[in-house]
Ligand binder design. Structure first.
Ligand SMILES: [Zn+2]
Length: 269
């Protein structure tokens, strides 16, 4: 009699587990139905995105749209590096944060929004400033890096560390009504230092100019697309090209680049 009860309990548990798995799978297929329906992605591509990890350095104007789109697309692990607090002047462009988030850690505020959008993914909060002390250890945990920073020091550091670790990255930058972006496959395509060899002088008390929030909106979205294309291995990456977005004339310029043999990072001389 006891054996019979055990058997019934076992069958019940098995059935419940199977039902739960079916529900999760159908939820998964439903969430990503529009993506899975495209032959270039399909279930196989969706699985690639689920197992991919992307590091976004900066949870501000560029990082916000990049993170939103990567989370909605189902990138399984998103890392966010930022040690700033949300300020009132951030809100015209940093759309991950709201008025209720003022004075909160940006990584915490961002992670909440991304989890609300997609609870199935992992958000890793790196509540620290990206610096030479932690850069390698952070970057090497991920498949692809998005430079969503707002200062030259970090941009050059990202270029150097990604070259050293051979982790591909996308650079993004904005100023007033202009934006620019390029993707780098270290050792193979032109890098950030091939073009901008040394950081320009930054004045400590300079008043930041812009940007209008829509400009990082456009560039950050392209950055997310570059990461997704890299993960799926589809299309042509924005390599050996610097895409310049001029929002006032609504024009995109494609500046062709070649590797600089005298580049201080990837040069062969
Ligand atoms: Zn280079």
């Amino acid at each position: 009699m006891i054996d019979l009860i055990m058997l019934v309990v076992y069958c019940y548990k098995y059935k419940m587990n199977a039902t739960r798995k079916t529900k999760i799978l159908s939820g998964y297929k439903n969430r990503y139905a529009r993506q899975i329906s495209m032959p270039a992605i399909g279930l196989k591509g969706q699985k690639k995105m689920r197992t991919a990890s992307i590091l976004i350095i900066g949870a501000g104007g560029l990082g916000s749209p990049a993170a939103f789109y990567l989370a909605s697309a189902g990138i399984g692990t998103i890392g966010l590096v930022d040690n700033d607090l949300v300020e009132l002047s951030n809100l015209q462009r940093q759309i991950l944060h709201t008025t209720a988030d003022l004075s909160r850690q940006k990584t915490i505020s961002a992670a909440e929004k991304l989890h609300a959008l997609n609870p199935d993914i992992t958000i890793r909060k790196h509540n620290q400033r990206f610096s030479p002390l932690n850069a390698i250890q952070l970057v090497k945990q991920y498949d692809f890096v998005i430079d969503a920073t707002d200062n030259f020091q970090s941009k050059f550091l990202i270029a150097d560390i990604c070259h050293e670790t051979r982790i591909p990255y996308n650079h993004g930058g904005v100023l007033e009504f202009l934006g620019q972006t390029m993707t780098v496959i270290p050792g193979k395509t032109a890098c950030y230092r091939c073009i901008f060899q040394q950081p320009p002088e930054e004045h400590e008390n300079a008043i930041p100019r812009g940007p209008l929030g829509t400009v990082p909106g456009v560039i950050g979205t392209i950055q997310a697309m570059e990461a997704i294309k890299y993960v799926l291995n589809i299309g042509n990456l924005l390599t050996n090209r610097l895409l310049v977005y001029e929002s006032l004339s609504t024009s995109f310029r494609d500046v062709k680049l070649t590797r600089n043999r005298y580049c201080p990072v990837c040069g062969r001389k």
